[in-house]
Design a protein around this ligand. Structure first.
Ligand code: ACO
Length: 368
């Protein structure tokens, strides 16, 4: 039967496809190390720019001691591209519009290209979110920190220091995470020597799927669907009965709680204490988390399905007033630094990535 399709292999589970100095995900212990530092040492303490410098050290010859001014200047450089956000681009989701604008940037391998690629998701997402509300883009302020300026460009008003700190903590928390799907995609593209812009476009494209960085938007649908903590268990059982996956739970590598979930829950609590806004939503998320872990353990006893990064990502980004449709693009704003570091590492030390497939289709008649 020529129409039969292959079932597919196992998603490369446990296959080691790169050596890296950038980050280590210990799925059994629930520990994330970013270039020699525990996540808990960085999140809520380091700025995004400082953490970017940590990851990029050794991958660019001309790296300045302080990346903040150069990144601010790069935001200003890419801003002109927001003028192209018209016509068909306005019908796209924010992350698709951001990807389309990023594709306008020239390929290259130097620090200037890298900085423009970090600036691009920030500036283009802010503009795309505003465009969906019929609002004109707000120009970057190069003197501000990256997180603060993202909120300012998105809203058109200054965020509070607590809000800027919360977004900064999020960007640091998601900055790099081993050989996840989008990072692998970026490394494969980089291995062809296509250039950093091409590698980052591969990363954005892989990230947007609901099994990867597209999960936090549907987490909000889940929280809204549950509505009241007392409904959590019944709602989640119903979702699993329909064959749905519970967004924000399960991970390819972690068999215990994702350490990023704790980092983000702390950030959510700090923000809630400063703004007095979150207690009800946080209580709902905690009730959903407790019920989901019970239900998943009963339904999938052989597989330890735990909370991943996306549950508290959704809560934090919602508290910062990002629309759920934009959550994946905000994830890209953070992860882009890791993609660039991995792309540089792949080019510096790696050969072209070119695995084999096993042919299981029909044989030509002549060979049968
Ligand atoms: N809800 C319900 N069942 C689940 C879930 C979930 N969230 N996660 C896994 N399972 C089940 C699967 O249905 C499967 O059951 P089966 O063996 O009876 O078929 C079993 O657990 C194993 O699942 P796999 O698909 O093999 O796990 P995999 O490692 O491929 O998937 C993934 C990991 C994609 C994250 C998965 O857990 C999932 O879909 N989670 C929900 C989406 C999500 O939260 N994604 C964000 C991940 S974090 C990130 O990428 C930034």
């Amino acid at each position: 039967m020529t129409g039969a399709i292959a079932k597919g292999i196992d998603g490369l589970e446990d296959v080691v496809a790169a050596e890296t100095v950038l980050s280590e995900v210990d799925g059994a212990a629930g520990v994330l190390v970013i270039r020699g530092h525990l996540l808990s040492e960085l999140a809520g303490r380091w700025t995004y720019e400082e953490t970017a410098r940590l990851l990029w050290d050794g991958f660019f010859d001309d790296l300045p001691a302080d990346l903040a001014p150069a990144l601010g200047a790069a935001r200003a450089q890419v801003f002109d591209h927001t003028q192209a956000l018209t016509g068909d681009l306005l019908a796209l989701t924010p992350v698709e519009a951001m990807r389309a604008l990023t594709a306008r940037l020239a390929d290259g391998d130097d620090l200037a290209t890298a900085l423009r690629l970090v600036a691009a998701p920030a500036v283009f997402m802010a503009a795309a979110i505003r465009a969906q509300n019929g609002e004109a883009p707000v120009a970057p302020d190069p003197r501000r920190g990256h997180a603060e300026d993202i909120l300012r460009m998105t809203r058109g008003t200054d965020p509070s220091p607590a809000e800027a700190a919360a977004l900064n903590a999020y960007l640091v928390t998601v900055i790099d995470h081993g050989l996840n799907a989008s990072t692998f995609a970026a490394r494969v593209t980089a291995s062809t020597r296509a250039g950093l812009t091409s590698a980052i476009l591969s990363g954005i494209s892989a990230l947007k799927g609901p099994l990867h960085g597209g999960a936090p938007g549907p987490v909000i649908d889940m929280l809204d669907g549950v509505g009241d903590p007392a409904n959590a268990r019944a709602w989640l059982e119903g979702a699993l009965d329909r064959g749905d996956r519970l967004m924000g739970f399960g991970h390819r590598v972690y068999r215990v709680r994702d350490p990023r979930a704790d980092a983000l829950k702390s950030a959510v609590k700090v923000l809630g204490a400063a703004s007095n806004r979150l207690p009800g939503r946080l209580a709902l998320a905690e009730a959903v988390e407790t019920a989901a872990l019970e239900v998943l353990s009963a339904r999938k006893p052989g597989r330890s399905l735990q909370t991943n990064v996306e549950l508290y990502t959704a809560l934090l980004l919602e508290a910062l007033a990002f629309p759920p449709a934009a959550f994946t693009g905000v994830f890209a704003m953070g992860r882009v630094v890791g993609w660039i570091a991995h792309a540089r590492e792949q080019v510096a030390g790696g050969r072209l990535v070119r695995p084999q497939s096993r042919y299981v289709g029909p044989r030509p008649r002549a060979a049968a």
